[in-house]
Design a protein around this ligand. Sequence first.
Ligand code: ADP
Ligand code: MG
Length: 387
Amino acid sequence: MKRTIRDLKNIEGKRVLLRCDFNVPLDNYGDILDDTRITAELPTIDYLLKQKVKLIVCSHLGRPKGYDKYLSMFPIAVYLMKHFPNKVKFCNKVVGNEVNVAIEKMKPGEMIVLENLRFDEGEEKNSPEFVAKLARLADIYVDDAFGVTHRKHASNYGVALKLPNAIGFLIEKELNVFQKVFEHTDHPFVAIFGGAKVSDKLNLINNVLDKADAIIIGGGMAYTFLQAQGINIGDSIVSLDQVDNAKDILEKAKEKNIKILLPVDHVALVGGRAKKVKQLEKGMVGLDIGRKTIKLFTQEIMQAKQIIWNGPLGKYEDSRFKKGTMKIARAVAKSQAYSIVGGGDSVSAVKESGVADKINHLSTGGGASLKLMEGKVLPAIEVIDTL
Ligand code: ADP
Ligand code: MG
């Protein structure tokens, strides 16, 4: 068990460096277009402020190459100023003398927001100099930036090795949810996979081969598996170098008595038009699952006690090919199962379906969520102290 902020005792007056993921979309006027990542962090901030620590908040924002006025943390500091009146200050530097002076002046129960970590080239390089400067700012380090836990950067991996540390509520929740699913599995456990590329995702399938009762494969991923079965996939997306691996997975699943469900009909692009087809032929590109497939998948989903899902079941960005993904999202929401959806596109598709509030957990970490689904260790979490 990783130490959490609840386990930190006698921290009143201590300087706490909190790494957040405030990588929110901004427009050119600095208006925040989606504040989900900030609101998700408010419980951790609120808790630490109530413990009367001197809270030093840091995050990256976008992918700046050096200073970039369009990627300043200032708009985020303003957001927090409104939420915590009279408690928030902004410092337009990441580390250095001005930051030290500003922290000197802080009172317990106040917070300061530092400038974008990635304005310093040491951040992504995890440079020892930058790590040392960050570590000098605080007595305790708290990591709650789940979305970057798969990276070894200065502000998460590097600094955690230098200071007494803990995880915040967001990371704690992510760890608990995945632990529940993989270590205290409820059956039937149904895993749903889709998306465009198979190569990135085979580890996901391998990780559930010992645990799931049924694996549903749709989206672009399905065509590599259909090809492996010798079925004509027309001009649909396929990873030819993964066909043998797909065959292996199909065989292993058979040995282990795990059901693998693949599409039995499709919505395809044929001569520039969307068309429902049972069988794909040359000139057809499968871009969504068909009606029969939706029914087949839904039946399996409705029996599940536990569901994990990564990867849209079709090219959902195009309204002609989003029905499959939307229907499956509604089925997952309607089922009695404990459900987790992870992955950037998958989470946005579920949000678009309007049933996001009926999914038990939307894992918003993108790459980090996928690593957890793969059963991998996240480096920035590994370096946090255990109890
Ligand atoms: P996530 O971000 O949730 O991990 P991916 O990035 O792996 O998901 O997959 C999402 C992408 O897969 C989307 O851009 C979607 O258009 C694409 N996709 C889904 N089904 C198909 C298909 N049949 N053919 C081509 N692309 C597809
Ligand atoms: Mg994606």
